[in-house]
Design a protein around this ligand. Structure first.
Ligand code: NAP
Length: 312
């Protein structure tokens, strides 16, 4: 690698597992209002394979080739004109407000970033920006949460689910959650009272009168969830806008899209650093393994988040 080029994980065309490749690209500089971040770790997300396959090409039209990756933790290398929040050498974390985090250097609008708490390592920091914020925002998307409400969380062992279980519990909700057999104890440890092993039991036989379903799985899991809802209950879906077409008449089904919120991210990162919010990195991979990790994220669930550690 020379000073003017850098490693990146990119797609040249939409496609399957082989469409994502490691290549050398030009190293960017910080535009006005931006900082250039030397990336130390980047979170792997479900959006990566959805972008790779072209599933979201209408929502996110891309000029190809495009570098993948949406969140990072690293160190400020350069400060652009007019940017004033950070100095060279500051540790920062955040969503990048678009694509391109799987590269050694990334230019990011400084408004998206927060300082990484001193007690938080880069790998754990990179696990937080998208999932912890999306879980918080999706939990509150249908309205305020009241103590005693019954909340069902599908995909509770995953990146969003682990945070959502804890937030719902902290709000005083009675938490129902679905997980595969191997992940039941983990989800219970986060505060879910009723953990349904969906490989051996149908959630409809346990959950009823649910005020809010957080659907982090989609498809037939969504379709089966209307019957467990209380009369005025709502389902918030994160996997696909098709929830709008799949909502029966007279029911409340809401499509959720996360928005960058630096103040919220700062608070949640501080909670993780203080140990009051559990953030689980289920798998850490090296840079060269990112294309395979994007595919495994689609096919082989694990607990918590997958993070690429650029130092490996
Ligand atoms: N709209 C937005 O703004 C937004 C933002 C972030 C993420 N997302 C999307 O939200 C979804 C969840 O994201 P994530 O990062 O949490 O994904 P993830 O880490 O891959 O977690 C998904 C979890 O679902 C579980 N699962 C799979 N099949 C299941 C089933 N039939 N019933 C219950 N659980 C099941 C898996 O765990 P088990 O092994 O226990 O099954 C897995 O851990 C993805 O589709 C992602 O793309 C959307």
């Amino acid at each position: 690698m020379t000073a003017t080029t850098q490693r990146a994980v990119l797609i040249r065309a939409y496609g399957g597992a082989d469409a994502a490749e490691i290549a050398q690209i030009a190293r960017p500089t910080a535009a006005p209002g931006q900082v250039l971040v030397r990336v130390r770790a980047a979170g792997v997300n479900g959006l990566d394979w959805k972008v790779r396959e072209g599933f979201v090409r209408e929502a996110f039209p891309l000029r190809l080739p495009a570098v993948l990756g949406i969140e990072l933790a690293g160190v400020v290398e350069e400060v652009g004109a007019g940017a004033s929040r950070f100095r060279i050498g500051d540790r920062v974390m955040g969503p990048i407000g678009g694509l391109g985090a799987y590269a050694d250097f990334v230019a990011v609008d400084e408004a998206n970033l927060v300082r990484t708490p001193p007690d938080l390592d880069d790998v754990h920091a990179a696990a937080i920006p998208v999932a912890a914020v999306a879980a918080w925002q999706s939990l509150h998307h249908a309205g305020p949460i009241a103590a005693g409400q019954r909340i069902l969380i599908h995909g509770a062992a995953g990146g969003l689910g682990g945070y959502a279980v804890q937030y719902a519990r902290q709000a005083g909700a009675e938490v129902f959650a679905t997980a595969s057999t191997a992940h039941v104890d983990y989800v219970r440890s986060l505060g879910a009272v009723h953990v349904i092993d969906y490989l051996n039991e149908r959630f409809e036989s346990v959950a009823e009168g649910i005020d809010l379903v957080l659907d982090y799985v989609g498809g037939e899991v969504l379709d089966r969830s209307w019957q467990v809802l209380a009369k005025n209950g709502a389902i918030v879906g994160t996997t696909s806008p098709d929830i709008l077409a799949r909502t029966p008449s007279g029911r409340r089904g809401l499509w959720f899209m996360n928005k960058p919120d630096a103040a919220l991210l700062e608070r949640l990162a501080a909670e993780v650093a203080q140990g009051t919010l559990v953030s689980t990195v289920g798998e850490a991979v090296g840079f060269d393994d990112i294309p395979a990790a994007i595919e495994r994220n689609r096919t082989a669930p694990r607990i918590g988040k997958v993070v690429a550690d650029f130092s490996r």
